[in-house]
Structure formats: C-alpha cells, structure tokens
Design a protein around this ligand. Structure first.
Ligand code: ADP
Ligand code: MG
Length: 216
C-alpha cells in the first residue's frame, strides 16, 4: 500500500489545522500578547475557519495542489497582519512545488516544505535566529530533507518536519526578536516563544497527523 499523500490528505491537513488552531487560539493570543499585539490566535482561527467553510461549500479539489492553492488564497484574503501574507505565500509555494501530481511522495513532501519555507523567507526577509516562524520552518525543512534522503515514507517525512518545527519553536524562547512587531520590544522580547513559530509547529504537526490517519 502506498503511503503517498493525496488530495484527501490535503483536506484532512486543512481540517486538522483548523481544529488545532481553534484549540490553541488562547495560547497563540497569549504568546502574541507577550511580544506583539495579541491577535495571532484570532487571525489564524479566522483564516482556517474560512478555509474549512470554503471546503465545505464546494467539491473537494482533485489534487493536493488545488487544495493548497485554495488555502493560500483564503488565508491571504482573511488573515491580515504579518502572518496572513506569510502563510499565504507558504501554501502557494507549496502548491506550486507539488504541481499537478495526484500524489506526493517522500521527496516531493520534503521539497514542498522547502518551497513553503523559502517563500516565507523571500516574503519576510527573516533569517534563522530572528525569532520568527522561520526558526520553525527552517529546521523542519532540513529534517524533512534528511528523512527523505534516508528513505523515510512521506508521512514520516512530515513527522520529522513537525518534530523539528516544535523544537525550533521552543528554541525561540530566549531569542531577541529582529523582525516583525516583536522586534520593537528589543531585549524585552526574550523569554517568550514566538507565536508564529509555535503556530508553524501546530500546522506541521497537523500535516503529519493527517498523513498518519492514511497509513492506519
Ligand atoms: P502581526 O505581527 O502583524 O500582528 P501576527 O500576530 O498574525 O501578525 O503574526 C506574528 C508572527 O508573524 C510572528 O510571531 C512571526 O513568527 C511572524 N513574522 C512577523 N514578521 C516576520 C518576518 N519578517 N518573517 C517571518 N515571520 C515573521
Ligand atoms: Mg500579532
């Protein structure tokens, strides 16, 4: 049985993301209250709720890329702030990366995460260590590539990415922000995890969980 990722996986990913974002709405708001303006949880919850509403109102797109592109468009038009355009770009680049294929294998999954990460960097110009979501996406992408090269399945590539994103998010806590709203706080931004890095870990964990369901 193949463990490659199809359009149904992409739909499960989106629905699981909406669920965990809603579940962690208060946490993301609190993290953003500490070093930003307390809207990250609200922004993402609104965005992914809109994505799910869109999925519910139309036929399920037939390729993973079509699902990802729909996510990108909806996030760009509903999320706002810094995170809306950044996540919108990430999902758009991910869609372009997987192309019109019906399924995504391990190497394509790693390439998809790399493309999403590179899109965020191109758009926001943050580097590793700036205390942004890039600090979660970059190790996620590297771990995904390492796993794919070692022969892991696509679900295991996603699991590797999720684990690395989580570690990357935790590691933002002592950092001083150099990009985004949190950078206005200077040294006072240290001592809190970056909300966008934490939401990135949630989104990639949802991707892995959605793929785990397919294997079972
Ligand atoms: P805003 O900062 O406009 O209120 P959000 O609160 O929704 O937007 O998102 C904040 C998150 O966006 C931060 O935690 C950080 O991870 C991310 N972010 C902000 N600026 C950048 C950037 N230039 N590059 C990458 N990520 C960024
Ligand atoms: Mg904010």
């Amino acid at each position: 049985m193949t463990t490659d990722l199809d359009a149904q996986w992409a739909v499960r990913w989106v629905r699981e993301t909406a669920r965990v974002v809603a579940e962690n709405r208060a946490l993301l708001i609190d993290l953003d209250r500490a070093i930003g303006d307390a809207d990250h949880g609200e922004n993402l919850d609104r965005g992914f709720s809109a994505v799910v509403a869109k999925l519910d109102s139309a036929d399920v797109p037939s390729t993973p890329a079509a699902v990802l592109k729909q996510v990108a468009m909806t996030l760009m038009s509903t999320v706002g702030g810094a995170a809306g355009p950044l996540y919108g770009t990430a999902f758009l680049r991910a869609a372009t990366s997987v192309g019109d294929a019906d399924t995504i294998d391990a190497e394509a999954a790693a390439a998809m995460i790399r493309a999403a990460r590179d899109g965020i960097v191109a758009r926001g110009k943050a580097e590793v260590g700036d205390k942004t979501m890039v600090d979660a996406w970059t190790p996620a992408s590297e771990s995904a590539e390492t796993a794919a090269q070692a022969g892991a399945s696509a679900p295991d590539v996603l699991a590797a990415a999720a684990n690395a994103a989580h570690a990357g998010a935790v590691a933002t806590e002592p950092l001083i922000a150099r990009k985004g709203r949190a950078s206005y706080l200077g040294e006072r931004s240290a001592g809190h995890q970056d909300p966008g890095a934490v939401s990135t870990a949630l989104i990639l964990q949802a991707a892995a969980d959605a793929a785990g369901g397919a294997v079972a």
